[in-house]
Design a protein around this ligand. Structure first.
Ligand code: F6P
Length: 326
């Protein structure tokens, strides 16, 4: 389908909310209207498509939202949309409202869902990578990652005070689902001793020896950032406590603190650029692609490639953390 046939788009946010989602909704809406398109906001993710929960948007619909966390369109992880019946209902809403293309703002699961719909019903879909996990291949950063990272670092800075005051070892668990981007990057930024991430194996004895060496030298405490996968911080803290009872171990699970809050300037800019690029891509006749930014250049990545869950952790970061935490 080429742009001449696309007159109306639908936009939705799906999956876990992420800071910058609103900035992305604003950018998509305004750039679409700028290009002469009608825009429908679809509420509660794919559930809104299934239930016909849609509303036409104007430029004013997205005023005063660029600085807000969460999503004005609301979000959901729709179980019904995973079924062919659910997707059939979703397609009916698309047809009933004359929607010619969809912009999906979300993470891995959301973009995979969009792809399934597009394959079954021949509806053009453009994805914007929006998740704190940063686990989509084909973009250096996803919208929301930078803000979550900054939130984590702020929390770990505070934990440092207690760790130092009591000579404690802290295992701080962060989100990221199957990926260690939040754990690895926040470990470097917070000056932590180590990061336990799904992308590389962790030997508890080596970790203990390493922490012990640091404390013997001069360190008053140790902080280990732990990705939530594989039992997370509790799992590692319990093992450490059992095998090395001489350490005073504590756990802090940051949880949903990481997902909320005002988006950073970087996330607002990323969301704005990606929203404009999504409409540009539609104009060029692109479909089933995700917008990415690689080396500061806008790129289009096939959604099928983006969602393979194989975005690599930069090995250089692993080295930086280990060099600087001696
Ligand atoms: O994908 C974002 C994320 O916050 C993950 O880091 C986390 O594993 C998951 O969502 C939690 O999902 P829910 O909000 O459904 O509990």
């Amino acid at each position: 389908m080429v742009m001449t046939k696309i007159k109306t788009i639908g936009v939705l946010t799906s999956g876990g909310d992420a800071p910058g989602m609103n900035a992305a909704i604003r950018a998509v809406t305004r750039s679409a209207i700028y290009a002469g398109l009608r825009v429908f906001g679809i509420y509660r993710g794919f559930n809104g498509l299934i239930n016909g929960d849609v509303k036409e948007f104007t430029t004013e619909s997205v005023s005063g939202i660029i600085f807000a966390g969460g999503t004005i369109l609301l979000s959901a992880r729709s179980k019904e949309f995973l079924t062919p019946e659910g997707r059939a209902k979703a397609y009916k809403t698309i047809k009933d409202n004359g929607i010619d293309a969809l912009i999906i703002i979300g993470g891995n699961g959301s973009l995979s869902g969009a792809q399934a719909l597009s394959a079954e019903y021949d509806i053009p879909v453009i994805g914007l990578p929006c998740t704190i996990d940063n686990d989509l291949y084909g973009t250096d950063n996803t919208i929301g990652f930078d803000t979550a990272l900054n939130t984590i670092v702020e929390c770990v800075d505070k934990i440092h005070d207690t760790a130092n005051s009591h000579n404690r070892i802290f295992f701080v668990e962060v989100m990221g689902r199957d990926a260690g981007f939040l754990a690895m990057n926040s470990a470097i930024a917070a000056g932590a001793e180590a990061a336990i991430i799904p992308e590389s194996s962790t030997n508890i004895d080596q970790l203990a020896a390493y922490i012990d060496r640091g404390i013997r030298k001069s360190k008053r405490s140790s902080i280990v950032l732990v990705s939530e996968k594989d039992g997370g911080a509790m799992h590692y803290a319990e093992r450490m406590y059992k095998e090395y009872p001489e350490f005073d171990v504590r756990v802090s699970i940051l949880g949903y603190l990481q997902r909320g809050g005002r988006p950073s300037a970087m996330d607002r800019i990323l969301a704005s650029r990606m929203g404009v690029a999504a409409i540009e891509a539609l104009k060029e006749g692109q479909r089933n692609i995700m917008i990415g930014v690689v080396n500061d250049q806008m790129v289009n990545v096939p959604i099928a490639r983006a969602v393979k869950k194989d975005k690599p952790i930069n090995e250089e970061l692993i080295n930086v953390l280990s060099v600087l935490s001696i």
